[in-house]
Design a binder for this molecule. Sequence first.
Ligand SMILES: [Zn+2]
Length: 333
Amino acid sequence: MRVPLLLLAAASALSAQTLHIFAIDVEGGKSTLYVSPSGESMLVDTGYAGNGNRDANRIASAAAAAGIKRIDYLVVTHYHGDHAGGVPQLAAKLPIGRIYDHGDNWEKTNPKTQAVFEPYAVLRQKYPHSTVKPGDSIPIKGLQVNIVAAAGDSIAKPLPGAGQANPLCAGYEALPPDPGENARSVAMIITLGNLRISDLGDLFWDKEYDLACPVNKLGQVDLYMTTHHGTATSGSPQMVHALHPRVAIMNNGADKGGSVKAWTAIENSPGLQDLWQLHFSDEGGKDHNVAEKFIANPSAENDGGYPIEVLAHPDGSFTVRNDRNGFEKTYRK
Ligand SMILES: [Zn+2]
């Protein structure tokens, strides 16, 4: 990853009101860094273990670019290797203030998940740790972070200002529920003044339904951090169109997520101005990927592990930047 972006760093220094976000490329996993205007930081997931510390190194590069020396709040959405795998490697690199997760592993009979969960469970005992429930919040100064789902449960009542009837629910096509970890993801709505962001981990289709139907419990957002990498079993039109994002950032890999189904639901979302992608999706091909300038890592030959950055402000305006080519675009409310 390129070193700190001078333009963004300067802009950041100019405004004490700026939320700085890095959608870090962990090759189809998830790791998103939020640095509050207060200077406190929240990292949502850590990508994979292994690969020569690739993902921990990329997180550390983003932290350095953001000017932070520690992760104040680490949220582990669930215990799959693409989210929780990299926690030990991250912990070896950066101090962590407190760890938040949904509790126990729901895939005890899955050896792959257990192999991720066991070292993680040992590690989290060494840190301050909280198990979150719907209705809780992460106490990062300068942001409001509402937990809306965790361990398979979702908020009973709509968030303040939300709760409108969702007419799309009539067209809902159910999928078989997921009995495992994806459906147990910690999911959150992040608010800075007039700006709202959804970051729902790998929440599954039926759990999205609980949040979106019959009333939209989450309300609308400005920025949609795609659920489950744009996999076809998440990102239902009932949820995405109710969220009504202006911009979406997809944490897909070349052959992970980035499904035609989820991509189409986003592109058809009313009010959407742009979708940005961490990778070109092989499944999407020429018809179901955005223009190359909006893609951080467009091919195997041109995969520098670049993140997508966001600088956001309490008035609801924000700038998205592709770190590969410096292309950026500002969205005013
Ligand atoms: Zn995942």
